[in-house]
Design a protein around this ligand. Structure first.
Ligand code: SAH
Length: 213
């Protein structure tokens, strides 16, 4: 896949814009500067890759806005090598950012068409999450728990208990909570039972859907 000097230039401009919008974490800014977003866009929309907006991908889902990806990654702020679970692989763009940050990434997608498409893309790009799982992330991923961080990239009606229980002590859950609009929320696990909760601005995500079977 091609990453031209034109793409790289557009990416530098995007990163400058994200700084203006308040992203300060150098590792996050570098990860966005290094990761070609156009590789993760649907065909026909590649030319919009460096516009700071969400765009449609397969199965009525969206590739998150770069600002949102940067904002959530900045809230996660974990050391290199940390074990991170992503709920909602979608296009794989946020996954690529987490990998660029040096995390061990587990990522789950419930939508079959998207899962297959993104699995092919990961192979093509030589991207290596620890696991790319097809299933319901509402339940987390018990097989690899506990995690240093969990990042949810779809709007959750409430915080799923399974995700809280799969955090290490000191671990962080970054989750947009709400129905029509979501409040970005960070929960840090203090001990077995207690979590510190901090809320940030409002965002718009496609819904986190629970598989009821
Ligand atoms: N990180 C992605 C965001 C995609 S949109 C990107 O930047 O492209 C959110 C994704 O969450 C969609 O692909 C949707 O199918 C998925 N999703 C929704 N509910 C889910 C669930 N319960 N488990 C796993 N994935 C889910």
């Amino acid at each position: 896949m091609i990453d031209s000097t034109k793409h790289q230039g557009l990416r530098r401009q995007l990163v400058a814009l994200l700084k203006e919008k308040g992203i300060v974490d150098q590792a996050v800014l570098q990860a966005l500067a290094d990761t070609p977003r156009h590789w993760f866009m649907d065909s026909g929309l590649e030319s919009y890759a460096y516009v700071d907006k969400a765009y449609p991908i397969a199965a009525d889902q969206t590739i998150s806005q770069p600002y949102t990806v940067a904002f959530q990654s900045q809230l996660l702020a974990l050391p290199v090598g940390a074990k991170v679970l992503e709920i909602g692989t979608g296009s794989g763009y946020q996954t690529a950012i987490l990998l660029a940050l040096g995390y061990q990434v587990y990522t789950i997608e419930r939508q079959g068409e998207l899962f297959k498409k993104t699995e092919r893309l990961f192979r093509k790009l030589g991207m290596r999450p620890k696991r790319h799982v097809f299933g319901d992330g509402y339940k987390g991923y018990d097989a690899a728990a506990p995690f240093d961080g969990i990042i949810v990239t779809a709007g959750a009606p409430e915080v799923p208990n399974a995700l809280l229980s799969q955090l290490k002590i000191g671990g962080k859950l970054i989750i947009p909570v709400g129905l029509k609009e979501q409040i970005m929320t960070r929960l840090i696990r203090k001990n077995e039972k207690a979590f510190d909760r901090t809320t940030y601005g409002s965002f718009k995500f496609v819904p986190l859907l629970e598989d009821k079977n």
